[in-house]
Design a protein around this ligand. Structure first.
Ligand SMILES: O[C@H]1[C@H](O)[C@@H](O)[C@H](O)[C@@H](O)[C@H]1O
Ligand SMILES: [Fe+2]
Ligand SMILES: [Fe+2]
Length: 268
């Protein structure tokens, strides 16, 4: 049960958040097109918005509340610490996994004015490939009918512009906090293992990791990394709670991990 007394990720359950979450997905499904994703990748690939440390970004997330999430209305820094602390308890030796959990949602800063102030539909919510048919496992799938790419013959077949087994790295995902944070980690030379980078990049890809669709686009490396994403997902989802983590108490531990896997400051 989530903090509102419903099952996690029930997008139809009547709750105070149901309607606003559905409205969110309507906008997201209409506006995420191949052209839009190309534009965002070029714009945010410049990494010219700010220079700051990982921890500074964690603190900035205090100002972000995620409109797509039916299970959580806490400040995001609590979600980061709750998921990291939960996975740390069960996997004490995988320090990269603790850090991955801490930073997996940092990309949500692109909704803040100083990072371009993107609308929430371009930042949060589940992700999906653009440039090929939108699978029915996407939540509130019906709104894709109003997406201009839906009518495009090149884009609306199973493989679309991709080829079987081409690897997710060659697939354009809807634009949001996953791909942005992956870009930040990679371009700033993070030494986080490939599985950690994969988790950051695809943790919102529920149609793949939970529904098991779009597997025809994966290559062998993706299949290996997906195993860790399955582990991670449980903690991302089920650690959401009203019980807060004491930030000052756990900060030294996470600072030591940040110093191990990231430079002191990064370009965002
Ligand atoms: O509402 C949630 C939230 O935005 C998460 O950060 C994202 O990873 C999920 O996939 C999404 O459904
Ligand atoms: Fe996320
Ligand atoms: Fe998350």
């Amino acid at each position: 049960m989530n903090a509102f007394g419903h099952q996690f990720r029930d997008y139809d359950a009547e709750s105070e958040r149901q309607k606003s979450v559905e409205d969110f997905y309507r906008l997201q499904h209409i506006n995420q097109t191949v052209d839009f994703v190309k534009k965002m990748r070029a714009e945010y690939g410049k990494l010219d918005k700010k220079v700051m440390s990982i921890w500074e970004c964690c603190e900035l997330l205090n100002e972000v509340v995620d409109e797509s999430d039916p299970d959580l209305d806490e400040p995001q820094i609590q979600h980061l610490l709750q998921s990291a602390e939960a996975i740390r308890k069960d996997y004490p030796n995988e320090d990269w996994l603790h850090l991955t959990a801490l930073i997996h949602d940092l990309g949500k800063v692109i909704t803040l004015p100083q990072f371009g102030g993107l609308p929430q539909w371009a930042v949060v919510g589940d992700t999906f490939p653009v440039g090929c048919a939108f699978d029915e496992s996407n939540v509130h799938h019906k709104y894709f009918l109003e997406n201009p790419d839906f009518q495009n013959k090149v884009y609306n077949t199973k493989n679309g512009i991709y080829t079987q087994g081409c690897g997710l790295n060659n697939v354009m995902m809807s634009w949001g906090h996953d791909d942005y944070m992956y870009m930040v980690a990679k371009e700033n030379g993070s030494t986080l293992p490939s599985a950690g980078q994969f988790i950051i990049r695809y943790h919102s890809f529920y149609p793949l990791h939970t529904a098991g669709e779009y597997t025809h686009l994966m290559n062998e490396e993706d299949k290996e990394n997906l195993k860790w994403l399955h582990v991670f997902n449980k903690y991302d989802l089920y650690s959401k709670s009203k019980v807060h983590v004491d930030v000052d108490k756990v900060k030294p531990y996470y600072m030591s991990l940040i110093n191990k896997y990231f430079p002191e400051t990064l370009r965002w």
